[in-house]
Write a protein that binds this ligand. Structure first.
Ligand SMILES: [Mn+2]
Length: 429
């Protein structure tokens, strides 16, 4: 791990909150992700499942967390199962968690090696009536792979068919969407690292650079600041590439007169930053580019003000659409007739702004959060309007990450990342 140790109080508190929501005489199980194969003996870099990380801080493969708040044996109320390590194994496999270190990371006192799992589980299951299993119910999820969690769930339900089953996911969706102060510090760190990358790029971009060279500037700055990678596949899209919403090739040359849309964020300690900035290749916007830029920036600022406790996500999007419509009328991109005749299910503004404005962000870039429930203080959202103009050869999106606060406007985690058009021009020249 490149990140600095995290205060284990976070994980102690997260488990306590989760257990408070469990029904009587029940236990819950959480698994690590697999290490995914490529071919031959190659593997993808390990990415911990965010739920077991959230509840334990354990950032290691083949780990299992069991929570059983009513267990008659108090030492079994929280248990970690880890793959065995010792001095000899460490020579080959590197620095895996010892039982002592696992306690320091997680605050869990009872740690077994994985080979004790079946025996201990059979005792625990004899005390429990209900088992909480962890399924993926994220609104954007579309998973074809059988995860380690899925395999464990199959094994458990097959072996213990008389137990009733309950869902961990709704509990986690609610808990994970509201951030603790320790988490907010980690997210601020991810945003600050992203800022360093962006400032480096402002000094680097000039006509003739390639999109992948810009990508390289970001990752250089991320790694040297203890981020292990991009939080998501970066989009470095010059000219009309910006109008391909999921353009990730990043293999074109940037020409004078074009804009570059950069949707880039650093991860830090598994937390995501999600930033978008759009800058002129030459260091100077044209009049038209600046007018559209300022319209997007205005929609972003107005939308941000609506992210307050009690707001419903779907209603918020309707209101943002109205603000965007006004801006598009001002830019001459829509006329009154377009708006009067619009299909309420696909309003006229969607011709130029066809994606959502905000999503939860945290341990996942598109984080947990139940969108039909009202927004609450300490939820963190992106704000990311855009206007896409293929006929004019450019697209603009601007995106910050903000924390909802009680009784005031959101706190912007990206408040120090330049966004005003004039400031961008000054810094590039
Ligand atoms: Mn985003």
């Amino acid at each position: 791990m490149k990140y600095q140790p995290i205060n284990s109080n976070l994980f102690v508190k997260n488990r306590k909150n989760f257990m408070a929501k469990m029904s009587e005489n029940s236990l819950a199980v959480f698994n690590s992700n697999d290490i995914y194969p490529v071919s031959a003996d190659s593997t993808l870099p390990f990415e911990q499942h965010r739920d077991i990380f959230y509840l334990s801080g354990v950032d290691q493969e083949e780990s299992i967390l069991v929570l059983f708040p009513d267990c008659p044996k108090p030492q079994y109320r929280e248990i970690l199962f880890l793959r065995e390590t010792n001095e000899h194994i460490a020579v080959w496999e590197g620095d895996k968690l010892t039982k002592e270190r696992a306690f320091e990371v997680s605050g869990v006192k009872t740690v077994f090696w994985l080979q004790d799992l079946e025996k201990v589980m059979s005792e625990l299951m004899s005390y429990a009536n209900t088992v909480y299993i962890n399924t993926n119910e994220h609104y954007r999820a579309n998973v074809e792979t059988e995860t380690r969690e899925d395999r464990f769930t199959k094994w458990l339900r097959n072996k213990y068919p008389a137990h009733s089953v309950a869902k961990s996911n709704p509990i986690l969706q609610r808990l994970r969407s509201v951030k603790d102060a320790i988490e907010i510090d980690l997210m601020q760190k991810a945003c600050d690292i992203t800022e360093k990358g962006f400032r480096r790029v402002l000094g680097f971009v000039k006509p003739g650079v390639w999109e992948y060279e810009i990508e390289a500037e970001y990752i250089h700055e991320f790694l040297r600041n203890r981020s292990k990678k991009f939080a998501y596949t970066p989009i470095i899209a010059s000219g009309n590439n910006a109008n391909v919403l999921h353009y990730i090739e990043n293999n074109n040359q940037c020409n004078s007169g074009d804009l570059i849309l950069m949707d880039v964020g650093a991860e830090y300690a598994n937390y995501s930053a999600d930033m978008t900035r759009t800058i002129p290749v030459s260091g100077k916007f044209t009049g038209r580019q600046k007018a559209v830029y300022n319209a997007v920036n205005k929609v972003k600022n107005e939308a941000t003000k609506m992210l307050v406790p009690g707001t419903i996500w779907a209603d918020y999007h309707v209101e943002v659409g109205k603000i965007m419509t006004d801006e598009l009328l001002g830019l001459g991109l829509l006329d009154k007739a377009d708006v009067q005749n619009e299909d309420p299910n696909w309003p006229a503004y969607k011709k130029y702004f066809m994606h959502g404005t905000s999503h939860h962000i945290g341990l996942d870039t598109h984080d947990y959060g139940l969108l039909h429930e009202p927004m609450q203080a300490n939820m963190v959202f992106t704000v990311e309007p855009g206007i896409y103009l293929p006929d004019e050869g450019f697209g603009i999106r601007l995106e910050d990450d903000v924390i909802i606060q009680e009784n005031e406007s959101p706190f912007n985690l990206m408040r120090n990342i330049p966004i005003e058009a004039d400031e961008i021009e000054d810094l590039m020249n």
